[in-house]
Design a protein around this ligand. Structure first.
Ligand SMILES: NC(=O)c1ccc[n+]([C@@H]2O[C@H](COP(=O)([O-])OP(=O)(O)OC[C@H]3O[C@@H](n4cnc5c(N)ncnc54)[C@H](OP(=O)(O)O)[C@@H]3O)[C@@H](O)[C@H]2O)c1
Ligand SMILES: *[C@@H]1O[C@H](CO)[C@@H](O)[C@H](O)[C@H]1NC(C)=O
Ligand SMILES: *[C@@H]1O[C@H](CO)[C@@H](O)[C@H](O)[C@H]1NC(C)=O
Ligand SMILES: *[C@@H]1O[C@H](CO)[C@@H](O)[C@H](O)[C@H]1NC(C)=O
Length: 323
């Protein structure tokens, strides 16, 4: 139809037509849902952090790491979540050398998180950060987290834990100043630990708090505090963790999944993402890796409410025990 009034051989008109068509599609309903792989959060540093990442707990060995990262980059993941205690930083570093060029990516296109071991909490924190950077063998780490509010080997009820994590934070602030890491944050911090850290005020606020978070365990008060302080809450064990099918087999999760034509895993991940909570699912098979980032759908409000009203129980370690 538009072609009818268009004079032939006029490239100017072709350009105008292209502009009209582009704006028609851009304004259309198709653009309403941002793809999960493109969802990002602006951290205090102004760095953009992908909301969907790839978890690597218990994913060890050079071949397995290379295989899952290859599949995850192909599927669109751009964030890799590691930790000193996962024992896979070196293998990730080696894999990146080969996989970045293979996927036409450079270092700045991906986001690498790793974590301070509870063994190195306190005075050893700076050396531990340097060691992780050396293991990963890249110019900088995007995000370094205090893995756990306690110090390994110290009685959980002791004040020494609080002193140690505060010292860790000061070393991590130095790590940012010296360019080893771009953003620093915490993991497994409860409201009390968060308030303590914010109150100590060492010049840099935590960028992220990575915590256990799924329909059977979520903490509205912690989410509220993080939002107020501009701290991104990042969920772990969204699917219930390894070797635990309780959430994946849950009847209500399955009903909602069936209704929406999605898998239970996709519903569990979308439930978090739809609340602007970041996710880092772990998977080994190509099918799971692909479906865990294929989250372009909306869970209706009533189903969100159902998922948010499950009985509460904790699967992973409990930071409330740490002074
Ligand atoms: N900061 C912390 O203290 C902490 C603690 C725990 C975890 N994390 C981080 O969070 C990441 C994720 O948590 P997680 O590893 O505990 O567990 P998760 O992501 O909740 O679940 C992983 C399990 O679900 C299976 N799975 C993955 N995709 C699936 C799908 N689409 N359908 C059915 N099953 C699926 C996986 O099996 P397959 O591998 O066989 O596919 C694996 O056994 C970790 O890898 C780690 O990076 C951090
Ligand atoms: C995202 O999902 C919506 C709703 O189903 C659909 O209209 C849109 O085309 C999808 N976008 C992409 C890029 O797949
Ligand atoms: C690689 O990325 C560059 C820059 O984004 C782009 O110009 C080029 O076409 C890409 N090449 C391939 C093979 O995808
Ligand atoms: C930790 O300290 C508490 C309080 O001092 C004490 O009751 C408990 O036995 C200690 N636990 C261990 C494992 O030492």
């Amino acid at each position: 139809m538009l072609m009818l009034w268009m004079p032939k051989k006029s490239s100017w008109c072709l350009l105008a037509l292209a502009v009209v068509l582009t704006s028609l599609f851009a304004g259309g309903h198709q653009q309403d849902v941002v793809l999960a792989k493109d969802m990002k959060f602006k951290l205090h540093s102004r760095d953009l952090m992908p909301l969907v990442g790839f978890g690597t707990y218990q994913v060890r060995g050079a071949d397995l790491i290379k295989d899952v990262l290859d599949k995850s980059f192909a599927a669109g993941y751009r964030l890799v979540d590691s930790a000193a205690v996962y024992g896979n930083e070196k293998e990730i570093g080696i894999a990146l050398k080969e996989l970045l060029p293979k996927h036409n990516l450079t270092r700045k296109d991906i986001f690498i998180t790793t974590k301070l071991s509870p063994d190195d909490q306190g005075e050893k924190a700076y050396d531990a950060l340097e060691k992780s950077l050396k293991n990963l063998d890249c110019e900088y780490i995007d995000l370094y987290l205090i893995h756990w509010p306690g110090k390994h080997g110290v009685n959980a009820s002791k004040e020494e834990n609080s002193v140690a994590r505060d010292l860790s934070w000061q070393h991590m602030v130095k790590g940012v100043k010296n360019g080893l890491v771009r953003n620093i944050g915490v993991s497994n911090y409860n409201v009390r630990h968060m308030k303590e850290l914010l109150g100590n005020n060492h010049g840099i606020k935590p960028a992220v708090n990575q915590v256990e978070w799924h329909p059977h365990y979520h903490q509205p008060e912690l989410l509220e505090l993080c939002k107020k302080e501009g701290v991104l809450l990042q969920a772990y064990s969204s699917l219930g963790g390894s070797d635990n099918r309780e959430l994946l087999d849950n009847a209500e999760v399955k009903t909602i999944a069936g209704k929406l034509g999605k898998t239970p895993a996709q519903v569990l991940l979308r439930w978090a993402l739809q609340q602007n909570i970041a996710i880092i699912p772990k998977a080994r098979s190509q099918k799971h890796i692909e479906e865990n980032i294929d989250l372009n759908f909306t869970i209706p409000e009533e189903d969100m409410k159902t998922l948010s009203s499950f009985s509460q129980k904790k699967y992973a370690w409990d930071p409330d025990t740490i002074a």
